[in-house]
Design a protein around this ligand. Structure first.
Ligand SMILES: [Zn+2]
Length: 320
């Protein structure tokens, strides 16, 4: 409930502070020029490659994608505690040559084999600790950690751009991509089994990470599937950046995850008008087009639950 109260307080302030700084859609603007339509598997993969290239440019991440992976982590443990079946650490590492971030990293007590890993992502009003806590997240990251999964969580809720020449969404995404770099470099992690999961803004960022980083093999995106039109009114505008709507809608960005596993979750009691089940069903029908074209219809699903905006570990743990 704390998260709800915080969000209710926080969002109106954000609207006022940020509304002027995000691009508005003009009626004359061509929307969704790269909308996915059914095509051959080869053409579908070419469409994905082209759309990713466009997004890396819009997000101002081209240079980091080329050379940013090679920046030394210089990681250091800040705190470490033993929890039920796993080690819970707060660490610091370099996300770019000039920017250092804090993250939560958990390791199973039994580290004799390589483990799957999941990037766990919080929503508005949360932080890197949130997905390990009860409430709307149902401590899904802690649940995964107990089950022998390596987990990592960073802060994505900032509304300021830290480095000159970057974008807000680009920096959020890059910090998640660097979390994957960190996992891939760990001897405890099986690099072929890295997933990501999140709720609300975290569901959005799980979508972006899965869409743009092909090392992610499974995505659980909760409380976010909808249409962009629906988010133009009343939602914190941090989802939007210059050029986004001209290229795609959310269904197209989720389509970049195909043929890798994707589960979306939406609740029947969702209080926000943005993420209702009927809207999610519409968008999911569009996402299924590319999964069908790539012969992977069994790897995409929409899990409708009875709750509000909350993460449902039981639905997604099979996937992750
Ligand atoms: Zn926001």
């Amino acid at each position: 409930m704390f998260e709800y109260h915080l969000r209710a307080f926080y969002l109106p302030i954000l609207f006022l502070a940020l509304l002027a700084s995000f691009p508005a859609s003009s009626p004359a603007e061509v929307l969704r020029s790269m909308r996915y339509t059914p095509r051959s598997p080869e053409e579908a993969r070419a469409w994905q490659k082209n759309l990713r290239t466009e997004f890396y440019e819009l997000l101002k991440l081209e240079d980091l994608v080329q050379s940013g992976h090679r920046v030394a982590f210089a990681s250091a443990v800040i705190t470490a505690t033993t929890r039920e079946g796993y080690l819970f650490q707060e660490i610091g590492f370099q996300t770019t040559a000039n920017r250092r971030i804090h993250a939560i990293l958990t390791l199973p007590s039994d580290s004799t084999a390589r483990h799957p890993a999941v990037v766990c992502i919080h929503g508005h009003g949360g932080d890197r600790f949130s997905t390990y806590q009860e409430g709307i997240y149902n401590a899904f990251a802690a649940e995964l950690a107990k089950r022998g999964v390596v987990t990592v969580a960073v802060d994505v809720g900032q509304h300021e751009v830290y480095e000159e020449g970057r974008t807000l969404m680009g920096e959020r995404l890059w910090d998640l991509i660097r979390s994957v770099d960190l996992l891939v470099a760990m001897p405890e992690v099986d690099p072929s089994r890295i997933g990501c999961a999140g709720l609300s803004l975290g569901g959005e960022m799980a979508m972006w990470l899965g869409a743009m980083d092909e090392r992610i093999s499974a995505v659980a995106s909760s409380g976010f599937l909808t249409r962009m039109d629906q988010m133009e009114e009343g939602h914190c505008p941090c989802w939007k950046f210059e050029g986004l709507r001209g290229l795609a809608d959310w269904a197209d960005i989720y389509s970049l995850i195909a043929p890798r596993a994707l589960m979306c979750q939406n609740g029947l009691q969702e209080p926000a008008t943005d993420f209702t089940v009927p809207l999610a069903r519409e968008a999911m029908e569009e996402i299924k087009l590319i999964y069908k074209d790539l012969g992977a219809e069994d790897r995409v699903s929409l899990a409708v639950h009875e709750g509000a905006s909350c993460y449902r570990p039981a639905d997604s743990h099979r996937l992750l």
